[in-house]
Design a protein. Structure first.
Length: 321
DNA sequence: CGAAAACTGACTTCAGTCGT
DNA sequence: ACGACTGAAGTCAGTTTTCG
């Protein structure tokens, strides 16, 4: 816990628990300069508590290092937003497990992505409430919560609680936003891909066996305005790894499908063509070079990917567009 | 409460394209 | 040549959330 000295924060209390949650250290630290704000609302520290305290920051840091064992550099420090604590302790440590980093950022429609609070992570993943007291945080409670969250992550693997553990949830969020704005969403394509897309209520899903069937279905069923069509066209992706002639033919076919959709779908229809990695980029470039004109009322054509095919190089894991 | 981070959206500027 | 339009790029205020 820290108090404010001018515009900077200074250490006021340090607490440490071991891997079993047993308290190892709970020490108040004397401020080096007159404290301008004890942050009592958050830190729980008051001027009265620090009266008569003589432990210096250097002594507190040495005590922490002692408790880390004979080889402190081999011990793991666990905490939430540890950079603040390490900065206040004037300590560098090579092995840290920071729950603000282990768990994903909160993403908002506006503003920057921000760390999840320890309180929110504890409520969501440990199903318990912390930092309930109006008299400030309790450092031991915070330390135990961070320890439990880090343990939970280690037990369940790095993908635990990460947003891209399920691609479907991202599409579901997008569907919710579009539906809220009055856009009807529909997905056409291979059944495996539709399982990812068909995760939002109110969306339509039409499985089909081939790209040709998908385009025919999209034209037949998607024929009204304010429609978002997800077209899972995999022909070009499946030609990846084959000869240049086969790939060229597949891209030509993709181009024909896109032009057919552009020409026949009504205005204010957004078509998202889902392909895969390198072929998606290649296909998009081909369509642009081909001089394909956007029809009136057509906002944009996007070529993107849902998941890599087995034919794709393993290194190609990032969405291409 | 203030600092920090960095993304969003509104707005402006500029360059290119197109039709008259 | 001119005006209308479009899109890219840059700027900036506002926003959101964290920490203590």
């Amino acid at each position: 816990e820290m108090g404010r000295v001018g515009e900077s924060l200074q250490l006021a209390r340090v607490a440490l628990v071991d891997q079993s949650g047993q308290l190892l250290l709970d020490e108040l630290v004397a401020p080096e300069q007159p404290v301008t704000d004890y942050n009592t609302r958050y830190s729980g520290i008051t001027a009265k508590m620090l009266r008569g305290v003589s432990t210096t920051i250097d002594q507190a840091r040495e005590r922490v290092l002692e408790l880390l064992g004979p080889q402190p550099e081999h011990a793991f420090l666990v905490g939430h937003s540890l950079e603040n604590d390490l900065k206040a302790l004037r300590l560098r440590h090579p092995r840290v497990l920071d729950t603000a980093v282990l768990y994903p950022l909160r993403v908002h429609a506006r503003g920057a992505p921000a760390k999840c609070s320890l309180r929110a992570l504890t409520a969501r993943h440990l199903k318990r409430e912390i930092q309930q007291s109006e008299g400030g945080h309790h450092p031991i409670e915070d330390a135990v919560a961070a320890l439990d969250l880090a343990t939970l992550k280690l037990v369940n693997g790095l993908n635990f609680a990460m947003p891209n553990a399920s691609w479907g949830s991202g599409f579901a969020d997008m569907h919710d936003v579009l539906a809220g704005a009055g856009w009807a969403c529909a997905a056409v394509g291979e059944e495996a891909e539709l399982r990812l897309l068909h995760s939002a209520e109110g969306s339509s899903c039409w499985p089909c066996a081939s790209d040709g069937e998908a385009v025919a279905l999209g034209l037949r069923e998607g024929g009204f305005e304010r429609r978002v069509l997800w077209m899972c066209l995999r022909g070009a992706a499946e030609a990846h790894g084959q000869g240049a002639a086969a790939r060229g033919a597949a891209l030509m076919q993709l181009g024909q499908y896109v032009r057919q959709l552009a020409a026949q779908l009504p205005p204010n229809t957004l078509v998202m063509v889902l392909g895969t990695g390198a072929m998606a980029v290649e296909g998009q470039l081909t369509l642009q070079a081909d001089g394909a004109k956007r029809p009136p009322g057509c906002v944009a054509f996007a070529v993107t990917r849902v998941r890599p095919t087995t034919a794709e190089a393993p290194a190609s894991t990032k969405p291409s567009c």
